[in-house]
Every structure is written in C-alpha cells, then in structure tokens.
Design a protein around this ligand. Sequence first.
Ligand code: IVH
Length: 705
Amino acid sequence: MTTPFAVIVDAAAYAQAVEDAVKASAAYYTGGTSALDDDAYDRLVRGIAAWESEHPEQTLPESPTGKVAGGAVEGDVPHTVEMLSLDNVFSPEEFTAWTASLARRIGHDTERFSVEPKLDGLAIAARYTRGRLTRLITRGDGRAGEDVSHAIGTVEGLPAELAEPVTVEVRGEVLMTSAQFEYANEVRTSHGGAPFANPRGASAGTLRAKERAYTVPMTFFGYGLLPLADTETALADRLGGLAHSELMTLAGELGVNTTATTAVPGVTADTVEQVLARVTEIAALRAELPFGIDGIVIKADLAADQRTAGSGSRAPRWAIAYKLPAVEKITRLLEVEWNVGRTGIIAPRAVLEPVEIDGATITYATLHNPGDITRRDLRLGDHVMVHRAGDVIPRIEAPVAHLRTGDEQLIVFPEVCPRCGSAIDTSEQRWRCENGRNCHLVAALSYAAGRDQLDIEGLGHTRVVQLVEAGLVADLADLFALTRDQLLALERMGETSTDNLLAALDAAKAQPLSRVLCALGVRGTGRSMSRRIARHFATMDNIRAADTEAMRQVEGIGTEKAPSIVAELVELAPLVDKLVAAGVNMTEPGATPPAPVTDDGSASGSGSGSGSTDEGASEGGPLAGMTVVVTGAMTGALEKLSRNQMNELIERAGGRSSSSVSKKTTLVVAGEGAGSKRAKAETLGVRLATPDEFAALVADHLDPL
Ligand code: IVH
C-alpha cells in the first residue's frame, strides 16, 4: 500500500510542513524523540515533494526533499565520499517501476540485485588504519559528520583490529538489539535519566553522549566497504571492482559484523520476482528479529552497474529502500487496567487513545509487569511510542519524555487483588493473587473446557459462570461430580442439554494426559509444552515424581522454567488427586516412560524409551524424524481439525510439529490461503504437501480424535 500524501493546500501550509519536517529530522538524527512517527514523517515529506513539483519556484532551501537529512555542525569530520540517503518505494508496483527506470539508465536489465534488511539505526563510518579502528564518524549532513570515536569499544561487531592490516572505511548501521535497549533503559533510569522511547533514539543518544558514568553496548552491521585516501592502490582498485555481495563477504572475513550473521542475511537475486519473494520473506520474519528493521534495501549488485547508474544529490540511483509499514506510532496512554488471568496472574494493560498501526486499530497494549512500568517511568496522560509487529500483542516502548506537560498522573498499583481482594504475591516480576487459580475460577474452568484442552461441548463461558455462581463447582474436579439433578435445577437447562453435558464430561475423562495437563494451566506451559511433558513422562505419576533435573530433560524446559513447573505441580497436587479420584485419565497414549535413573545417575535399560529420544515425537510412524509445519486452511479429512489437533496428529504419527519454516523443516502442509510460510518453503526447497496428500500419509493415525 502506498503511504498517502499529507495534503498541502497553500504556501503557508508548505512552509509549516517544511519546518515540522526539519524539526522532526533533527530530533531523529540527534537522539531526541520526534513528535512525528516514521509514517507521519514519510507522509509529510511526500506531501512536501508533491507541492514542490507543482510550485518548483517556491521550494525552500531547507526542504527535506532536496538535501541529505541531518545537519553538519562546525568541527565535524569531512567524509571521503558523501554518505547518501536512499529513495523509498512502498509497493511491488513502485519497486518494479524503479527497476525499469534503472534499466533505462544503465541500458540493460540489472544483472543481479542484492537484497538486505534496512536496519533501523544510525549510519556510521568506521575508519581502520592498517587494521586498527581509529575513528567513528556519524553521517551528519552527509558531507561531514560528528566524531564519535569515544564510542569505540562499546559497539559490538566493529572489532578493534581487523583480520588483516588494511586501511579501509566500513560503513554501516549502529543499533540496539531489544536486549541492549532493555539494558540501556534500565541503566539510564537507574541513573535518574528519562527512558529512551525506542531503540533507535537510544542508539542515537548513546552514541553521541560523552563522559557517561556507564557504558551501554550497541551493535554494528556493515553495509559498505570503501577505500580511504591512504589505502594502497592495489586494494583500492580491488574494492572498486567488487560487487556489493563480494564486499560484504570480505567485510565478514575481516571480522566486521554483517547481516550474514542474522536470520535475514543479505542475498543476491537475479530477477524482480526473486527480489519481491525475498522482500516477503524478510517482512514475515520482521516480528521475530531481535532488532528493528524498517524496510529492505535493494541494490544493483555489480560495481559496473552501480557506476553507470551514478548518484543524485540525495541518494544513489542504483539502490532503493522498500519501506515496510511502520510498526510504531505515538499515541496517549489513557489508563492502566489490572486484569487477573486464569492462573491468578495480575497483569497491567494499557488503554490507549486508539491509533492505527499497519491497518489495525490499537486500543490496548501490554505493559508486561509492574516493574516494567516503573522502569519505563510511565504516567497516565503520557504520549507513548506503541510498537506492533505481526500478530504479537502491541507493546509500549516508552513515554515520549519531551511531550510531557506536567499534568501526567502517576500510575497507581493495586494493593490487593483487584478481583477478589486477597493479598498479592509480589515476590516475582509477575504479580499474582494469593488466591491463585481460584481467584478467577470462571476463566480457569472455561480454559480447561476449551477445544484444545478437555473439549467439553456445552460448557461455554456462560454455563461456567452459572455453575460457579450456583456454588456447584469450586475447582476443575468438581465438574466431574455434577449430578443430573443439580444440572436440571439450573435455569435454561433442559433434559437434552443436561444429558449432553453429562456425556461430554464423561468423554472428557478419557482425554490424553497432554490435554489434562494443559487444562490444569500450569504456568509457563501451553499446549505444545504440555504435549512434550506428557510424551516425555507418559504418566502423571512420573510427572509428579520428577524433580527439577528430570524436568529439565524435556526439550524446551530450561534451567529457569524447570523449578517453577515442579513447584506448580506441587501446588496442583490436591487438585490432581481429586481428578484421579473422579476417574480422569492420567496417561499419554503411545508414550513410553523414561528409563529409570540408576544409582550412578545414568539411564538404565536399552535407552530406547521416549525419554531419550525426540520429545513430541513417538517412535516409528510415517512422520518419524520429520519436522512438519501446517499453514493455510485444512480441507477434506482434515477440515475440522484445529491447529492444535493438527499438531497432535503430527506428533502421533511420529513427527515433530513446528510453527515456523526453516532449513530444518522437512514438510510443509499448505492449505488454501497459505502465504509467507509456503513462499519460504519454496525458496528453501522444503517439500510441500496438500491437506489431502498429508491426510493419506497419516491415514492410520487420523482416528483417535
Ligand atoms: S545503503 C549509498 N544498506 O538507511 C547507499 N543503508 O534511509 C547508502 N540503512 O543512510 C546506504 N540499512 O543509514 C544501506 N542495508 C542497508 C541499510 C541502510 C539501513 C540506512 C542507512 C541509510 C539510510 C537511508
């Protein structure tokens, strides 16, 4: 979708627009927080450009369309070759039109493109003299930049010494990864500073700050390698002749970090279609990346093509930025709600002035936990930077400190559970009602009865509320003790509904252990983790007998999670006993218990139990050893299966289920409407199957649902 233009109606509005854009741009390059988010800025600049093309005689010299953004300050270091900006495209059509204009300029189709993520940080030039890092310079106005050599040693990916004693300039982007950003704000607020609104502002501020009492690490990704005045002629000539992709390989060999180390490495592509497929792939991975990207940069790869295309005053003609929709917008924090979840966790949620991000209207954002609110120094009424990428729940990054008016209000933390009034356990990051999962019993029971857990038809939210309010159930096990008379006495419960519900409850008792475990709602375990635990241990008795060490043997349970899962199971023991007494199944069909551990600590026996093989996969079966991803709508024999049931089926048939396609994926079941996952499977050469082909493959395992 093309970003719409800001409509400028007269010369006064044009002058105002230029002023706003210049201010926003200055804030952007100096680490301040702009009052305009990226989207608003792009719209404004496009509006300015549209006005200028109609009224070229009125173009102001400071217009952001005509010059390299940013501004040089006296005393800045001149760049050997100007550090240019990039022009933007916003759609496949605009990109295709750009390739056509490039082809006209160079007299033939571009032979090869390089495609890499557009990293959302700050451009920097790093000068190496005989292999030693001697100077760091910001982009400034493109012709000269600020000397920020004091930051040498704090930027990961820029080694103090290269693998060879060469004299070169490496250009690239300095940014903060999410972890570095979290750390930066933690350190900064603990030193009394206002938190940075986002990683970009944090890198800008950190890079320029001298004499800080603390250091905050950042990360560098190189995207350019060029000779300096002192570079030996042979090397300078060599660099001048290398393709962009070759320069990046060389940079990596010299020890400089490049995108090659990330999940979205730079690649080359021969056709426009290949470039667009890569754009789709990078866009699909964006939400999972540990650093921000705001687009994809496409370059003519060959040095000869670049030379023929040349550069304009602002940007090269051989490269373009394919902008992705903005994932950040500024809006206001109106309120904080405290919601109790089904396990008793009390989670703060931000209520926002509605804002549109990438096509969705955002009204709520997660605030994680109370510590997070304190760390970010959030207040009611604050302008906040809201981040939303992919299907991930939107989150607030930080207040935009300079937009504070002084009228903002402190956020009040609850002193007792906002739901039941019990005390709050604040000993962990996530606060919890001391009443635990009994606090929000309706939520806990509705979840347990859900389709992916015990799948109790007829036990929806309203019915659960009725049962709880009538005092008939006080925990999950009580459901199985309900009598016909008790149910019949309830409002809107006829004979048929009662018998159906009793039959559904009876059937639920036979659900596999994995679903029973999931229904219990052990904190830190969802559907797939519950399946892995159940398959690993095979019986509830084994699970309960497991200590932290034994729990750690389950794939995906690390040192951190194991103790809390073991503790949760202790807390749940009385409920589990009650469920056992009610006749609920506590075994996992098809799973073999782990071999008992002998005195010397090693597993005895043949070692062929499921405990010593892949978790989530039973032995043998048509999918043995395969990792399978399901995408798109299922049809035919699989039509009624939820994603969770598909994953269960895969695991019953011996395979491992996964939600993302990678080199490790062996099969992608792609139904109608499959999008980026199918595209990725095609690019990686992963085998694809239709739902019907897959159903035939696992026909023997389709049954037990
Ligand atoms: S190439 C002459 N490659 O985007 C070509 N730039 O909006 C100049 N950027 O100033 C840059 N990732 O700070 C290039 N892979 C990448 C990039 C990248 C981020 C930044 C860079 C540039 C800005 C232009």
